[in-house]
Ligand binder design. Structure first.
Ligand SMILES: [Zn+2]
Length: 266
């Protein structure tokens, strides 16, 4: 923190699903039982006598991209991150679209393939199961690929490298990941009529136009024409610290303070 500044609020970007108003993580997959129904509000309350804000990391990232990044000045857009998993956020009329109970925007769990594979959430054929780094690596292992020399585990980057080196099995896995991404963004364009789809995350950054190109073609060819004409698919601008950056707009009008914690203060 810079000298001479006084903190006025605490913003927390955390993995979902979570209850933003109660300040609790509910049961995020893949991180173990210690995070299930975890109360973040009480320990933060003890440490900081300040307004507290909690929101899903991808929602905070969307606020960050809107305030400082690729979606500056844009009121209607969708944010996606393609990394270990696939996360999302929807901004409508300049506000986070939260849904009836705060879970809206879990766009990685859009079904794109009726025949699988299994998704970490328990669903089948979800966008995340096919296009995430975890999904790419798993599909490649099932296709018989092994880690590159010197690497202990097979990662999405390893699969992409094998594709560039001419491995047909790796190419098939990466092609399916791109097709799943393209199908998902066509659905997103039709469902939300966004001005932008901003895509961040390590897999998207590494793949660049190899991922974006086929998806742009799919939007032009398959999405409903008025919605397709309105949208641009663009890379995120803020990199891995996007959720940290997004905590500023989160506490500055973009989010709701944790109600339970505030009630205990008063
Ligand atoms: Zn899923």
């Amino acid at each position: 923190m810079a000298a001479g500044t006084t903190p006025v609020a605490v913003g927390v970007a955390a993995i979902g699903p979570l209850d933003a108003r109660a300040g609790r993580l509910l049961g995020p997959p893949n991180v173990g039982p210690g995070y299930r129904d975890l109360d973040l509000a009480t320990p933060l309350q003890r440490r900081f006598d300040l307004p507290l804000y909690l929101e899903r990391d991808t929602n905070v990232a969307a606020l960050g991209e809107r305030a400082f990044g690729a979606a500056r000045g844009v009121d209607d857009f969708v944010y996606l991150t393609i990394s270990t998993g696939v996360g999302g956020a929807i901004v409508s009329h300049g506000r986070l679209f939260l849904g009836a109970t705060g879970f809206a925007g879990e766009l990685g769990h859009i079904p794109v393939a009726l025949d699988g594979p299994a998704c970490g959430c328990g669903g089948v054929g979800h966008f995340e199961a096919l296009s995430s780094g975890t999904g790419i690596a798993r599909a490649a292992r099932e296709a018989g690929l092994t880690p590159p020399a010197g690497a202990g585990v097979l990662t999405a980057a390893g699969v992409a490298g094998a594709e560039r080196a001419g491995d047909a099995r790796a190419a098939a896995v990466m092609t399916r990941a791109r097709q799943a991404f393209a199908a998902a963004v066509v659905g997103i364009v039709n469902a939300f009529n966004p001005r932008l789809i901003v895509v961040g995350g390590g897999v998207a950054r590494a793949e660049g136009d190899r991922l974006f190109g086929p998806a742009r073609e799919a939007i032009a060819a398959q999405a409903l024409a008025p919605a397709a004409a309105a949208v641009e698919l663009v890379p995120a601008a803020l990199g891995d610290d996007v959720s940290l950056v997004g905590c500023l707009p989160l506490v500055n009008g973009g989010g709701q303070p944790i109600a339970a914690a505030l009630d205990r203060v008063s």
